[in-house]
Design a protein around this ligand. Structure first.
Ligand code: ZN
Length: 323
């Protein structure tokens, strides 16, 4: 498992493992695709390992127990469909929290403790969160719950206040470039492009490296989008629809759209060197500048407060311009 960036957070977690300092609930939070889940999995393996080694020592009985019976990983793709049942629009319903509570009620077998990792914890329904709150307030001995989320504002304050929050910000471009440059099959130019197009998210860089066509497609789409701001609302919607249909993986990422708007601003302020993706000079007048700033803050706000897809957020943005 390769972890890119987050040196301080890793040092903190490894320190917890080495010194045996354990909190019963953690919240790993921050933007999508920054490596939170990977690090949470490494930490979980460390908590389960009899030798307390981050990511597991691979030698002890607990590490050799595969899949580890003292570990419950709650994620949309790994949960049996019988557990992902919910009465509302959130996939983790009351059955999920019941499964967690039942799992933690029994003692550990080979490990020193039982560990539950809930990926995308904001997908827990209200009922599920309420039910889980009881076990977070009074955790069984030798148990640890790790919540992972990029939208913690959708998790109850009562739950959040009882967890130790660890923030995972966007990873520096230079850290991503360093990682990407180690892959010998890439040219220098490709490595630089991947590091820029990742927007601080190694998860995106990983996808771009895995499939060369993705990088090409991405470059083409970015060039096409350079004209985005100058289009009419109708044309913008057509462009959006086409982009989202051809490349859902990247285009659903709000950070991508924010980067385009941010670059417009940087260029117009004569700070093009700092831009993330745009490579040619853009002209904006003062009115456009104010509009771009407003859009940036609107997008950030939408991304922060709603589990909206980029598609709906951008449509709202384009349509609101015409009001
Ligand atoms: Zn071990």
């Amino acid at each position: 498992m390769q972890i890119i960036g987050h040196k301080n957070q890793l040092a903190l977690l490894k320190g917890f493992l080495e010194k045996g300092l354990f909190f019963s609930s953690f919240l790993f939070w921050g933007p999508e695709k920054t490596g939170k889940k990977q690090i949470a999995l490494g930490f979980a393996k460390g908590l389960l390992c009899q030798n307390n080694v981050f990511n597991g020592c691979q030698d002890c009985l607990a590490c050799k127990d595969n899949p580890n019976r003292d570990f419950l990983f709650v994620s949309e793709s790994f949960l049996p469909s019988s557990i992902i049942k919910s009465n509302d629009d959130k996939p983790y319903g009351i059955d999920t929290s019941r499964a967690v509570i039942k799992f933690l009620s029994l003692g550990a077998s080979l490990s020193k403790r039982k560990v539950v990792l809930i990926d995308n914890a904001h997908l827990l329904s209200e009922e599920a969160q309420n039910s889980l709150l009881k076990i977070i307030e009074e955790p069984p001995a030798k148990s640890v719950i790790i919540l992972v989320s990029d939208k913690p504002s959708l998790i109850f304050e009562t739950v959040l206040s009882r967890t130790l929050g660890i923030y995972f910000p966007l990873v520096k471009q230079e850290d991503i470039l360093h990682w990407v440059s180690d892959h010998k099959n890439l040219t220098e130019k490709q490595a630089l492009e991947i590091s820029k197009f990742s927007f601080g998210r190694p998860g995106i860089g990983f996808n771009l490296m895995a499939d060369g066509k993705q990088l090409e497609l991405y470059r083409e789409k970015v060039l096409e989008l350079l004209s985005f701001e100058r289009q009419s609302a109708g044309q913008k919607l057509i462009l959006l629809k086409r982009f989202l249909a051809t490349d859902p993986e990247i285009s659903k990422d709000l950070e991508f759209w924010q980067a385009i708007l941010r670059d417009e601003l940087l260029f117009s302020l004569g700070l093009g060197d700092l831009s993330l993706i745009l490579s040619k000079k853009r002209e904006l007048n003062q009115k456009d500048l104010v509009l771009s700033l407003k859009k940036l803050s609107n997008l950030s706000e939408m991304a922060e407060n709603f589990p909206a897809t980029a598609e709906s957020a951008l449509k709202q943005m384009v349509l609101s311009e015409n009001l």
